[in-house]
Design a protein around this ligand. Sequence first.
Ligand SMILES: Cc1cc2nc3c(=O)[nH]c(=O)nc-3n(C[C@H](O)[C@H](O)[C@H](O)COP(=O)(O)OP(=O)(O)OC[C@H]3O[C@@H](n4cnc5c(N)ncnc54)[C@H](O)[C@@H]3O)c2cc1C
Length: 420
Amino acid sequence: MPPSVAVIGAGPAGLMAAEVLSLAGVAVHVYDAMPSVGRKFLLAGKGGLNITHAEPFPLFTGRYGERAHTIAPWLNHFGPAELRQWVHGLGIDTFVGSTQRVFPADMKAAPLLRAWLHRLRHPAQGVPVSFHMRHRWLGDLHPTDTGWQMRFATPQGEQVVQAQAVVLALGGGSWPRLGSDGAWVPWLAQQGVVVVPLQPSNCGFDVRVGERLDWSPHLRQHFAGQVLKNVGLSFLVDGAVVFDRVGEMVITETGIEGSLVYAASSHLRDAIARHGSATLHLNLRPDFTPERMRQEVAHPRGSRTLSSHLHSRVGLTKLHTALLHEVLAKDTLNNPALLAQAIGHLPITLHAPRPIAEAISSAGGVGFASLTDALMLHELPGVFCAGEMLDWEAPTGGYLLTACWASGRVAGEGVLGFLQ
Ligand SMILES: Cc1cc2nc3c(=O)[nH]c(=O)nc-3n(C[C@H](O)[C@H](O)[C@H](O)COP(=O)(O)OP(=O)(O)OC[C@H]3O[C@@H](n4cnc5c(N)ncnc54)[C@H](O)[C@@H]3O)c2cc1C
């Protein structure tokens, strides 16, 4: 009987593992709880699908932080260059944007996914992949003489499936309504697998202003949803700068979010977990030197309001001024030297990350101590894991998808080695 493999989870990681297996002539069955494949991948395409990044390789691997050494071997095999070639092989052009981010020519996920699914179903070589949607794995894995048996909830009732090997590519915990709900965490933990609790990554945060766990009603009503452009965000851990960058962020109903905040989010989240809160500093005018700021703010303002003075001398917007009023004491606002300093170093205290369901991605997952280099679980020989469900995280910039795809390849090739 030809070998048959079950891939559970039809996101980028699972589909990539399925492709490797199908090309090698293995019968692959892909199962997913949702009615159609790649729901989160399609959502990722809504704001412009950032598939990878064109920066030099050592910088690229460094984006995986503590996991750089674990993930670099996956990327040596299938890194940004190979990934772009693979996308081109689907008939989709790519381009490098101004910030070195790489996108499909039309920025969308749907045409790429459509072309990929067509190739998986009708491969020029290898075995067509079989898809089974609305099949929710129920979390059981029973060893049999020939591999593994598992149960799925389907519209036709419960179904029992046998496979010689299994790839779990169940995703992390963000946006659970798109399918990856993290329900697998206790299931694998019960099997003796080390699972680091899932946490929000690339997420927004809730602020604390004094004793109040929220913005003031004034700031919320008038400024929630507004964007702070060209703002500096710095953050220190134990006196050392761990993040210092200029970018864009958004004031939300309860705090802050946006690309600059996401980029700092792992540091902020970890600091909150350790200390209960974290204070970052904003530079509202990073293009001003401290000296120039001091001079401009100290300029006599005559009968003008503080707001119009700051607007005309240093270009602060109403949102900037509202933030100053929100967090600074009256004494500071009335003291030009202190105020100038605060405009370049405005403390914002955060007390909680937003819930994981709202995050772009999740941190935590299956620990690498439980996995071989081929991504097979030590506890469950023949069961492999791939994608965001593994214990790594990365900023936005195409690093998430690149590692998901690369890990899907490692797992697919691991299965081939196992079957041999
Ligand atoms: C708004 C948004 C924008 C994003 N933009 C980008 C971007 O531009 N670039 C980038 O690199 N990354 C981006 N990402 C992140 C990227 O989409 C994910 O990292 C990636 O989809 C994870 O792939 P995966 O295959 O590991 O898991 P997923 O894509 O989450 O797929 C997991 C699959 O497993 C299925 N599943 C789960 N449990 C079960 C079960 N019990 N039984 C059966 N099936 C199950 C789910 O239904 C799902 O289809 C974005 C994410 C979001 C939310």
